[in-house]
Design a protein around this ligand. Structure first.
Ligand SMILES: Cc1cc2nc3c(=O)[nH]c(=O)nc-3n(C[C@H](O)[C@H](O)[C@H](O)COP(=O)(O)OP(=O)(O)OC[C@H]3O[C@@H](n4cnc5c(N)ncnc54)[C@H](O)[C@@H]3O)c2cc1C
Length: 386
């Protein structure tokens, strides 16, 4: 039984799960090469995953946030690097354009984010601003009837694959009293003169997912590159991150589930002291704890996704889901590695990869500390949970 989930939503997730199984043999080589093969991205486009939540009249599948979150759980269970690439493209970039894009922006960009020819990027973080995103330093100044952008964005997922990035830059002076004042979102073509993609970051995990700097050196964009309203970009970024957090929670559940499945199978077959190790309470209890926590985390992300689908406030619920699921994924992957003992530490079994990949979930799209701030703020304002 899956509260919040309809049969069609489950079917979509099952279809993607089946397809993702076919990637299994290719994952180690792709992680080693540090890239998602282009044919896999094209296939995601063909399957409709890259435009899953885009309304049908705009060329997408028109699926719900619930369905998309379940798909992200399945992708993460198979290959977390792929899940984060899709989460950013579909959940954040498509979603932002659908909500705020002009008809011209939708016509120009959505087909290229949906068809598998590339993956969109969302460029908010900078070298000196992460959690405190409103302190960003990138600037946009008037240039004729357009804008000229300067700045450096840091840790940008998909930068190397992206036809466009939604870039946040400030118009006018920084106002210490209103830190987010002037922040504006721009749809920036990444083949524009002055755009430089930095060297890919060398990371702990998610090795096939691209994380790169994005340098904007006097990049000229037209007036109609502004996404949403001039000066209202920060609210737009926060709304995008609310939705994104549902996806990271789902990703965390997929990672935990896959790691625990490997550990369970291993524990049934590994014999020590003349018995399968799963007979020892010390081995089976961490698995049992994880099983319960995975189910709880899934309910949290489904509730947040359902609220979003029904047009209800979900900021607090998305933060709760992201906080709990990502922290749960740390416990679950730790338990999985421990269950396999020395083999858990070796590349031969994928638990070490899930442990490394899962580590990012408590950091990106707002650290655990920032989720606690969001939840505490709503608590202090006396808002009711959905
Ligand atoms: C793999 C990966 C992919 C990413 N992809 C993208 C992307 O596509 N686009 C993008 O814009 N960004 C991206 N990021 C950046 C990510 O969103 C930031 O790393 C994150 O928001 C944290 O910012 P920071 O790294 O600057 O850490 P900081 O903000 O410097 O935080 C450092 C520590 O201080 C804590 N801290 C900060 N402020 C507070 C506070 N008020 N109270 C308590 N604790 C606090 C933090 O929780 C953290 O533990 C990505 C990051 C990673 C790791």
């Amino acid at each position: 039984m899956r509260p919040f989930v309809a049969g069609t939503e489950r079917d979509l997730a099952s279809a993607v799960a089946e397809w993702a199984l076919s990637l299994r043999e290719r994952i180690p080589a792709a992680e080693k090469a540090g890239e998602i093969p282009r044919d896999v991205i094209r296939e995601l486009g063909r399957l409709g995953v890259l435009g899953m939540t885009v309304p049908e009249p705009l060329g997408g599948l028109g699926a719900s946030t619930v369905a998309f979150a379940l798909v992200l759980e399945e992708l993460a269970a198979a290959w977390p690097s792929l899940a984060v690439a899709v989460a950013v493209n579909t959940g954040i970039v498509d979603g932002t354009l659908v909500r705020h894009g002009t008809p011209e922006q939708l016509r120009r960009w959505l087909p290229r984010l949906i068809d598998g020819s590339g993956l969109g990027a969302f460029a908010l973080s900078e070298p000196s601003s992460g959690s405190d995103a409103a302190s960003l330093r990138a600037t946009a100044i008037r240039d004729g009837d357009g804008w000229r952008l300067n700045g450096r964005k840091q840790f940008i997922t998909n930068a190397r694959y992206a036809p466009l990035a939604i870039v946040f830059a400030r118009i006018g002076e920084t106002d210490p009293a209103r830190a987010h004042a002037g922040i504006t979102a721009f749809a920036v073509p990444l083949d524009a003169p002055g755009v430089v993609i930095g060297t890919a970051e060398r990371k702990l995990g998610l090795l096939a997912s691209d994380t790169s700097a994005l340098v904007l050196d006097g990049v000229r964009v037209d007036r109609d590159a502004v996404v949403g309203e001039v000066g209202k970009g920060f609210a737009l970024a926060l709304a995008a991150l609310d939705g994104g957090r549902v996806g990271i929670a789902a990703q965390s559940v997929g990672i935990a589930r896959a790691a625990i499945a490997i550990a369970r199978d291993y524990a049934k077959h590994r014999t020590q002291f003349g018995r399968p190790i799963v007979d020892f309470e010390g081995v089976r209890f961490p698995l049992a704890r994880s099983e319960g926590e995975i189910a709880a985390a899934r309910l949290l992300f489904l509730r947040a996704a359902w609220l979003k689908d029904h047009g209800r406030p979900f900021t607090r619920e998305a933060a709760m889901a992201k906080l709990y699921a990502s922290e749960m994924a740390q416990r679950a992957t730790h338990a999985a590695v421990q269950t396999l003992g020395g083999y858990g530490y070796m590349r031969e079994y994928a638990v070490e990869r899930y442990a490394r990949d899962g580590r990012a979930t408590t950091i990106y799209e707002g650290t655990s500390e920032i989720q606690r701030l969001v939840i505490a703020r709503s608590l202090l304002l006396g808002l009711q949970a959905g």
